[in-house]
Write a protein that binds this ligand. Structure first.
Ligand code: MG
Ligand code: MG
Length: 273
């Protein structure tokens, strides 16, 4: 592995393959959790399901013990945006929960997040979820070898602004990922294109738009982790880890490598599986 432009870690194809294995553990864990979300289940129970699946896959959690974080997933409900701690909270019909998960295989990380509705939620919340997820895909689709990191940021922001009035968090961003979960560079969810480190083969980035139905401004609860919107508006968060190969993009935490969504957006699929 080498360190290139501005401290960005460059992975060999073999190391990216290990990140794919970690990404699949994360992707499968999130699909398991998506199927487990229901009124009456606690966030702590979701964490237990995730932990059993991560360890049973021969992986290790990226989150547990990270700066003292006590769980293998973050569970952020309604006006909580990110970094919520699983516990006794029981989900109710009409809630929306963002679940963030990370796993390590052979020292290499994968990081992804989904937002799931619990039963029926208001149409504006369903639309918030759709816009957030689609902005993530638009961001990934905007990345190509020789481009710059903020090409992703710009694609996310311009899509979101086109779709409506949403708060885009500015204090939290996507990030480089590889031998650690959070590495250079930051991947903001807003900004001009053409800035930041060059996108090169062997780079891996976690793209993670965090949108709200109101303000972009947030606060952190007394648990020192949970990020909530300042105005109480509800939020959504989606994330995938991806890389660029000479053939195209490869979404390491998507079960199909991102093939379906990339092809829909007219981007060549660059996966090795
Ligand atoms: Mg994450
Ligand atoms: Mg992340």
């Amino acid at each position: 592995m080498g360190l290139l432009d501005r401290g960005v870690e460059i992975k060999s194809p073999e190391q990216i393959d290990a990140m794919r294995r970690a990404g699949l553990v994360v992707g499968r864990t999130l699909e398991l959790l998506r199927g487990s979300v229901r009124a009456g289940i606690s966030t702590g129970e979701l964490n237990a399901i995730a932990e059993e699946n991560i360890l049973g896959s021969g992986a290790v959690s990226s989150f547990k013990g990270y700066h003292g974080f006590p769980a293998v997933i973050c569970t952020s409900v309604n006006d909580e945006v990110v970094h919520g701690i699983p516990g006794d909270r029981v989900l109710a019909d009409g809630d929306v929960i963002s679940i963030d998960c990370g796993a390590i295989v052979d020292g290499w990380h994968g990081d992804a997040a989904i937002t799931v509705a619990v039963g029926e939620v208001p149409a504006e919340v369903t639309e918030l979820m759709r816009v957030t997820e689609e902005s993530m895909w638009r961001g990934i689709a905007a990345a190509h070898l020789g481009g710059r990191v903020t090409d992703i940021s710009h694609a996310i922001e311009s899509y979101v602004r086109r779709e409506g009035r949403y708060g885009i968090l500015e204090d939290y961003t996507g990030h480089g990922i590889g031998s650690e979960m959070h590495m250079a560079p930051n991947v903001p969810n807003f900004g001009k294109r053409g800035k930041g480190p060059k996108l090169v083969e062997g780079m891996a980035l976690a793209v993670e738009p965090m949108l709200t139905l109101g303000t972009k401004d947030t606060d952190v609860l007394e648990d020192d982790w949970t990020v909530v919107t300042l105005d109480g508006s509800w939020a959504a968060h989606y994330e995938h880890t991806f890389t660029l190969t000479p053939q195209g993009a490869w979404v390491l935490t998507a079960l199909d490598g991102g093939r379906e969504q990339l092809e829909r957006l007219g981007v060549p699929y660059g996966g090795r599986d």
